[in-house]
Design a protein around this ligand. Sequence first.
Ligand code: ATP
Length: 305
Amino acid sequence: MEYVLETESLCKRYGKTRVLQDICLKIPKGSIYGLVGKNGAGKTTLMRIITGLQAPTSGTYTLSGVKNTDRKITTVRRRMGALVETPGLYKNLSAYDNIKLQYINLGLTSYDTIPDLLKLVNLEDAGKKHAGKFSLGMRQRLGVAIAMCGNPDILVLDEPINGLDPQGIIEMREMLLNINKERSTTILISSHILDELSRLATDYAFIDNGRILQTLSAEDLLRKTTKAARLTVSDTKAMCRVLDTMGLRYEVSSDGTIEVFGDINITRTVHEADKENVEIFKVLENDETLEAYFMNLVGNGGEQS
Ligand code: ATP
């Protein structure tokens, strides 16, 4: 797998306070990578380090194959767009002119692609309205447009959903999915609301107290949190045949134990198992929600992946 960004044992200390400890992450190319953690977990600090706004106390990171200690990092960093904390907008300028200023900053001389960018973030109808009069959602989307100037390979967004109303959240989500799909931009996005990220992220890292507790793919998270029944059976192979004929999705977790996903009709399952001479000793139901999963992970101090 190709990784756009890799961090190796990144640490950040302020005096004696450790804010980040041993952060090792690999962000796959083309992914939407969700960094999930409560307030104060260390998300902003990590993003500030990756975007070059702050230096790590120790550890390194590699951006598109170039280490942060390499002189070439400043060139490679131009392939990164970021919105960390609130977007720095010129309130008396329109969305078009705010973007144009960023083009000038980046040394871009043609402005032909600005209308495409305005369309991408759904601000093509904002016209001459000054950014100071924009709603929070519009400001955030303009911030993303500015981060997208120069068509970066990776977009780093710190809590872009924070404070948005439900409509604003939907617009932000659809826009990010669109950017990822249409421009193949890898996105690293942080949030303290797992439920929101779950609608767009392909991969996750859970962070708490400056440590990564767990990394996992969206599929693995779904498997861990969807409604499931754990069956303890006398004959695993025969039970798999039964579940196959019933068209149920399952996973063998150990010999004698099978996780069955989705809603299952217990009476029918027992009946079908009986036909194959399989005994079901135990049925355990699990329907953990995403937030419960997150709170469990954080509450337990987490499991290292
Ligand atoms: P939030 O969502 O609240 O911004 P976060 O996950 O982004 O949380 P950070 O802002 O990275 O967390 O902060 C992590 C910890 O580092 C916090 O305990 C914070 O108080 C501390 N911290 C951040 N900046 C400094 C600083 N300049 N000096 C001392 N401590 C700091």
